[in-house]
Design a protein around this ligand. Structure first.
Ligand code: ZN
Length: 157
């Protein structure tokens, strides 16, 4: 495989930036590149769309609206939870906690209730990516069966 297409295993270095503030929210700089199976919903949709047809060694920079990134913020995903459910956790605004239905951020703490935001922290955000294609390989039958890439940078099991 010479370019990124469905069922390729792509290895990339990437830096994600919030265009408004210039803040880097995620980057593979200084660690192993990211390895993923293309076309199996491992990545946010726009990330793969923008890399289709890219060759090894190619660098692409693109901007994704929320619809093609982590989606828009959902008001219903902000919920009031009785404080008693948190036991003796030392609650702080901004902290990220895990629940049965995924991670959430504590956005307010009142006498009886805690306001929890289950939206992804990048929901509603426009994201800019700079991506360098490090390698492109054909997926193994096992990777296709599992729906993800194996090995360093992918899933190791
Ligand atoms: Zn696997």
């Amino acid at each position: 495989m010479s370019v990124i297409e469905k069922n390729a295993v792509a290895t990339v270095h990437y830096t994600g930036t919030l265009p408004e503030s210039g803040e880097v929210f995620d980057s593979s700089e200084g660690r192993d590149p990211l390895k993923f199976l293309v076309g199996h919903k491992q990545m946010i949709p726009g990330f793969e769309e923008e890399l289709m047809g890219a060759a090894k060694g190619e660098r692409r920079t693109f901007t994704l609206e929320p619809e093609r990134a982590y989606g828009n913020r959902i008001p219903e995903a902000v919920q009031q939870i009785p404080k008693g459910m948190f036991g003796d956790i030392d609650l702080e605004i901004g902290m990220i906690l895990m629940s049965d239905v995924g991670p959430f951020q504590v956005v307010a703490v009142e006498d009886e209730t805690v306001t929890a935001d289950f939206n992804h922290k990048l929901a509603g955000q426009t994201l800019q990516f700079s991506v360098e294609v490090v390698d492109i390989q054909e997926a193994t039958p096992e990777e296709l069966d599992h729906g993800h890439a194996h090995g360093p940078g992918g899933v190791e099991h």
